[in-house]
Design a protein around this ligand. Structure first.
Ligand SMILES: Cc1cc2nc3c(=O)[nH]c(=O)nc-3n(C[C@H](O)[C@H](O)[C@H](O)COP(=O)(O)OP(=O)(O)OC[C@H]3O[C@@H](n4cnc5c(N)ncnc54)[C@H](O)[C@@H]3O)c2cc1C
Length: 493
């Protein structure tokens, strides 16, 4: 049996694992890092371009990030947190491009306006109010609103053409939005990592078991085509996407108890007909239908997938018991444990509306899917569009003190109390926030390195400005954006 020792083992070569490995190499050059990936290529699950929507989530257009409370007040804290986290990602990518550690930004990042689109007087009035509040903040300055059919037609011709006269609709437009090919980004980070002396990537290597040895090291059994590889390491990151929960359950850590997973599948309609693609320029987000989870907000997007421009519409949500797109139908039943059984049943019963919505989505006919698309693009022709399967999202089920089991729609890092293992659960807002999530993770898992040593200075060199505090200093944010935009080829419009 082959035996390997590494300072850190990262399980899964998606955007999260690649971001953490890159960050660790910058904080501690020479650290030995082993990345193990069960598939034969990197970024083939959720991080693959076609498996996600590629929205650089800056909260510029996603209406679910600005909920309204019981008193009708617009809540902006979530939008500000997500915007700050995405700004952090841009800052990280800019630093890597500057050092030659990432390929040309045009291979993974494209600027495209972000729009929110609503119909009916009530939603139009709410959108106008939202734009007034947001455009007054430095993070969203420049966000424009219009309900004028002429202006809307200039912004979004395909959305406006073919509508009945007098239809009440409005949109906000934010020019500094982005589309990200997270698959290309991941591959580019991994290319650089493979040139670092301490880093090794093992494809076709699947983690099966892990346990803590008496010496304090984690012992991992990795399967490589039927052969066992034994790995020892003081630190493990489980970044296996939907496959993280079952691995976390095998650690035996008390912190893992009570967690369950709720898989949501998805499909898109994709168009590559040049005359259609060339007439749409934006990511246009609507409101989630009643009973639908927020991540199923329909949107019509300009996309760059493997360098080719196209349009994507969806998602059409659905249910599959797989935790990974290339996973097994037994994933969900196999994740049921005595400690999470009640939570899972409780959430299943409480979220009946959600389950009903997912099943209804799954049963949609091609005509019903076309009708949803035509709500956004009235003159869409079915022959221009093909259906594609998106990645799996495993939403977190978690027991909360005094509240029972809850379905959580965010991302959560579960870490061992001593920081020797961390696991990333959940899928939203996802890849856009990878840098902030990984910076928090290293602070939590390596506190001693931040108390003494050079990690704080190295982190500050990489990320000189912290946009995640929510209360942006307009001048400092402006300087940070100016620098990132110049390197990444974005502009304030
Ligand atoms: C439909 C959909 C739309 C989305 N839209 C957006 C969006 O617009 N913007 C955004 O920012 N985010 C979006 N996301 C979320 C984003 O895609 C994910 O948050 C992100 O890709 C997760 O990266 P990851 O590295 O954690 O997981 P993955 O990319 O899934 O990578 C996990 C890797 O672990 C490997 N693995 C699994 N089990 C094992 C094992 N036992 N041993 C070894 N390797 C293993 C897998 O093969 C895989 O390569 C979307 C997700 C979905 C599904």
């Amino acid at each position: 049996m082959e035996r390997i020792q590494a300072d850190a083992v990262l399980v899964g070569a998606g955007v999260m694992g690649a971001t953490l490995a890159t960050l660790l190499q910058h904080l501690e050059p020479g650290l030995t890092v082993l990345m193990v990936e069960r598939l034969g290529r990197v970024a083939a699950e959720s991080s693959a371009a076609l498996n996600n929507a590629g929205t650089g989530h800056g909260a510029n257009c996603e209406l679910n990030y600005t909920p309204v409370d019981g008193q009708g007040r617009l809540k902006l804290h979530k939008a500000l947190a997500i915007n700050g986290a995405y700004e952090q990602s841009l800052q990280f990518w800019a630093a890597l491009v500057e050092q030659g550690a990432l390929g040309s930004p045009g291979t993974f990042l494209h600027q495209v306006p972000h729009y929110s689109l609503v119909w009916g007087e009530e939603d139009v009035a709410a959108l106008a109010q939202r734009q007034q509040r947001m455009a007054a903040l430095p993070q969203f300055a420049g966000m424009a609103f219009s309900r004028d059919p002429g202006a809307l037609g200039d912004w979004l011709p395909l959305v406006v053409e073919g509508r009945a006269a007098g239809e009440v609709m409005a949109a906000t437009r934010y020019g500094r939005g982005t589309d990200v090919d997270f698959g290309a980004l991941t591959k580019s980070m991994v290319n650089w990592l493979q040139r670092q002396p301490g880093v090794e990537l093992r494809l076709d290597h699947a983690l099966r078991r892990l346990e803590r040895g008496a010496d304090g090291l984690w012992r991992l059994d990795v399967d490589h085509g039927g052969k066992k590889v034994r790995v020892h390491s003081p630190f493990v990151f489980l970044g296996a996407g939907g496959g993280t929960l079952p691995l976390l359950q095998r650690t035996g850590l008390p912190e893992a108890r009570g967690y369950g997973g709720f898989p949501v599948s998805g499909q898109w309609l994709i168009c590559q007909a040049a005359p259609v693609v060339g007439r749409h320029w934006g990511k246009v987000y609507g409101k989630a239908p009643v009973g639908a989870p927020p991540m199923s907000m329909p949107h019509l997007d300009s996309r760059w997938i493997n360098g080719q421009r196209g349009l994507l519409f969806g998602p059409y949500a659905g249910f599959s018991s797989k935790f990974l797109k290339h996973g097994s139908l037994l994933d969900l039943p196999a994740s049921v444990r005595p400690h999470n059984l009640l939570s899972m049943v409780g959430v299943g019963l409480r979220e009946r509306r959600l389950v009903g919505y997912l099943l209804q989505q799954l049963r949609q006919s091609p005509q019903e899917r076309l009708a949803s698309l035509r709500r956004f693009f009235p003159q869409a022709r079915p022959e221009d569009w093909r259906l594609a399967v998106a990645g799996q999202r495993v939403q977190i089920i978690k027991r909360e003190p005094g509240r029972g089991a809850q379905l959580k729609l965010g991302t959560e890092v579960v870490a061992a109390a001593d920081g020797s293992l961390a696991a990333l659960l959940g899928a939203s807002p996802g890849a856009s926030t990878a840098v902030t999530v990984m910076v928090d993770l290293v602070r939590r898992c390596f506190p001693q390195r931040f108390q003494s040593g050079r990690w704080p200075q190295r982190l500050a060199q990489l990320l000189p400005y912290d946009p995640t505090t929510g209360s942006a200093d307009a001048a400092a944010l402006g300087r940070c954006r100016q620098r990132c935009d110049a390197i990444l080829g974005l502009k304030e419009v």
